[in-house]
Design a protein around this ligand. Structure first.
Ligand code: ADP
Ligand code: ZN
Length: 210
């Protein structure tokens, strides 16, 4: 098992890239911290109950809470698998926790997208609550409006995708997560791709970089 970390702002397209690559290669496993947390909230587990308020505000949940979930996934992942770790680590403390697990990090790939286009991307974002497929009303519309192509479920808008919360999430990104770019650069692990090339080219560029 080894790990490729996806770095990038909310709305940079990390999740779309990771789920596409994992769908076409069984040796790749997409692990999204946001999906793990939303799953825990939906199930009402103790971790989910604790995380809910932070997530709705666009704040980070406590490091120990999300770190434990990620450690559990790492522990249960065996064999010749590359984990595409999307949304974790999100600050330097979490990056150090990840190092302490001893799991080998292959690279950290920054999906680079200017803030100026993030807001529009997030405003049009739609998600399938069942299979987690992501869509966008303009750039990646489903075949039938409002319905998931893969499983026919009605698409939803994430609670934290409203403009105020998006703004808070971007502030948190610049303050907490952006320092990880230098952190991984110093370790010689950083790669950067242009995240504004459209979903197919983004995924191909990511695959080549990782
Ligand atoms: P996005 O990247 O679009 O902001 P995510 O689905 O990755 O969305 O995360 C949604 C929310 O889940 C975050 O705003 C935060 O509250 C919480 N979260 C996800 N990953 C982490 C993490 N590693 N540390 C702390 N909070 C997290
Ligand atoms: Zn679906």
């Amino acid at each position: 098992m080894n790990i490729v970390i996806l770095l990038g702002a909310p709305g940079s397209g990390k999740g779309t890239i990771a789920s596409r690559l994992a769908a076409e290669d069984t040796n790749l496993k997409h692990v999204s911290s946001g999906d793990l947390l939303r799953g825990a909230v939906a199930k009402g587990t103790p971790a989910g109950v604790e995380a809910k308020g932070y997530m709705e505000k666009g704040a980070l949940v406590p490091d120990a809470l999300i770190a434990q979930m990620i450690k559990d996934v790492i522990a249960e992942t065996e064999g010749d698998v590359t984990m595409l770790l999307d949304g974790f680590p999100r600050n330097v403390a979490q990056a150090k926790i990840l190092e302490e697990t001893g799991a080998p990090i292959r690279s950290a790939v920054l999906v680079d997208v200017p803030d100026s286009i993030i807001a529009g991307r997030i405003a049009g974002r739609r998600t399938c609550p069942k299979c987690k497929a992501g869509y966008h009303v303009v750039s990646l519309p489903p075949k039938v409006e409002g319905i998931c192509d893969h499983c026919g479920t009605a698409l939803t808008i994430r609670k934290d995708d409203n403009p105020d919360t998006v703004n808070d999430r971007l502030v948190v990104y610049h303050r907490e997560t952006e320092p990880l770019i230098q952190f991984y650069k110093d370790k010689g692990l950083l790669k950067t791709i242009d995240g504004d090339q459209g979903p197919d080219k983004n995924a191909a560029a990511f695959k080549a970089a990782m």
